[in-house]
Design a protein around this ligand. Sequence first.
Ligand SMILES: [Ca+2]
Ligand SMILES: [Ca+2]
Ligand SMILES: [Ca+2]
Ligand SMILES: [Ca+2]
Length: 473
Amino acid sequence: MAEPSAIQGATTYPAASFNRNPKEKQKTDGWEIAVKTAKIIRDVAFVIGPLLWPFLFAGCASDDPSDSETNPPHVPPPPRDGYLIVTREMFADQLAPLAASKISKGFNAEIVTLEWIMDPGNLIEGRDPQEKIRNYIIEQYQENNLRWVLLAGDADGDENPGASDIPIPTVLDKAWEIPARYVHQPDPCCGYYYFPADYYYSALEGTWDENGDGDCESSEILDLYPNVYVGRLPAQTQAEMADMADKILNYSPVPAQSFLSVGAIMEPIPGSMDQSVLSEYIIANCVPADVDVTTLYSKDGNLNRTIFNDELNYGGHTLVNTTGHGSTQYLFAEGTDYFNFTDVYVLNNSVPVLWYSNACNNNQFDMYAPNNSISEQLVKLADHGAIAFIGSARVGVLGRMPDNDIGEYSSAHNVLFWKHFFSGSHRPGEALYQANLEYSNIFGLTGVSERGNKFLLLTIMLLGDPELTIIGE
Ligand SMILES: [Ca+2]
Ligand SMILES: [Ca+2]
Ligand SMILES: [Ca+2]
Ligand SMILES: [Ca+2]
């Protein structure tokens, strides 16, 4: 499938949303130092507070004489892919080793703090923090080959409108918050009017607010083709951020994969949709023959909390797919015997798993403080749990199950994620990006297309490093 031209950067952005002259920025003190820093430490440009500059010079300076400005290379190297960490000053120390690891892998890595982005002296345009963050991403995408974006900070649950139809203005009153963009669209069943969409930081054309009233209606989203790979580390404390960063740094790609697939019967949905049909389709059409597969299905009588916990803890699985009902606190309800929040705390699986869930609300990362969604707890658990989690921040959307094709809505996206993951995109952010792209193409999504597909697509988020390679050689 050919990529749309927008992926190649051919589409221009509205001048109204982004018209800053980069040369202006170079006149500011912060940028002067950042440029000098970038030269000295070769490929990394940290745009952070002055307090951290000494660390950068001490920790990252190269003594390779070929780096000297007096001895420039005769042939400029090809531009490196950019990897941008958008975070807060309180997390910069915890994230510096992760940025360094990306540099060692050949990326042009940068940490930018929201404090720097919000500083008027740095001339980032935007009417609120979300728009400023996105405009910075757009600039780096256009000018510096940015491909990967890690949002390192949690969304503020106090700004989650919940069941209210009134938006809550973004206020940066928490030192850890990286705000979510809320989109107004009543959900199909459960009484939410706004949903968070990190997709805003991935699909970069248009303002998502065409009428300029400061509120984003889903009908104002004109571009659903993603441009960059986006993931989030939803930390609220330095300890949480350090745990997640360490888990990523300690992760070794696993050559032999083991796929645990759950298919629940979704009672009391009329027709009692048996999600084992979806699971079997994925196994038959997406999972390579050399991957070990374990299935837990309601229809087989082997799906319950005890067996699922045992498989997670002792089954040696590296990839997990769960289907069925869910909430912020549990998965696949089977009567009262479901995997829930308390199970996560005692997980001791030796290799943290890549986990996709098609259930409702498992990934409500913006839920009210101080509670974590089950997805957040899984990725925050030190050493264990999940290395990355893909799932919906709000309700999933039930549609036709796979038959001779991939089906619809939540089922279709679930199929496409594993299709792209196993067929070559062994990095969760890239597999999600490819799934989103193909989903948009198959269902012909545009700004005015029907809302169920758009809702489903935009509420699916990745928690974790989008660039981490899961499958090794
Ligand atoms: Ca806030
Ligand atoms: Ca609007
Ligand atoms: Ca796009
Ligand atoms: Ca959260």
